[in-house]
Design a protein around this ligand. Structure first.
Ligand SMILES: [Zn+2]
Ligand SMILES: [Zn+2]
Length: 137
């Protein structure tokens, strides 16, 4: 019960985060086709501005090393660090962002996708990045 409630909350927060964080590019019909969001490549550790099509899920292809390992930053309300949640095996055989992301530094779940220039998201530092490639369990 607690989990599903949290899930709902996460979905709601994600909606807001998405709305605030993404800069859209308008297509010919005025439809947003591409969004940009700050992320980091787990393979080469480069910070990149990830640009992807609407509906496309992380990880994205890194513009620096070509590996499909770019994840978006999250913010932890507990330890105030910026982090990337440990990737979870995805149905397509790759890896994706977990349904219930946890802080990679302290393990708590009061986390949200980082919104750049948002006054409540002022990271005091970065957590270590998860290992890449992740272990398949
Ligand atoms: Zn890379
Ligand atoms: Zn934390």
């Amino acid at each position: 019960m607690k989990n599903s409630l949290l899930g709902l909350l996460t979905v709601a927060l994600f909606g807001v985060a998405g709305y605030l964080a993404f800069r859209g590019f308008s297509g010919p019909k005025g439809i947003v086709e591409k969004v940009e969001s700050p992320g980091v490549c787990l393979a080469c550790k480069q910070e990149v501005l990830a640009s992807y099509k609407v509906g496309e899920a992380p990880p994205l292809v890194c513009s620096a090393c070509g590996e499909r390992a770019v994840f978006q930053w999250f913010y932890c309300y507990d330890c105030h660090r910026r982090f990337v949640p440990e990737p979870e095996p995805a149905p397509d055989g790759g890896f994706g962002v977990p349904m219930y992301p946890k802080c990679y530094a302290c393990g708590c779940q009061s986390v949200q996708q980082l919104i750049p220039n948002f006054q409540e998201h002022v990271p005091s530092g970065d957590a270590n990045l998860p290992k890449w490639p992740p272990k398949k369990s």
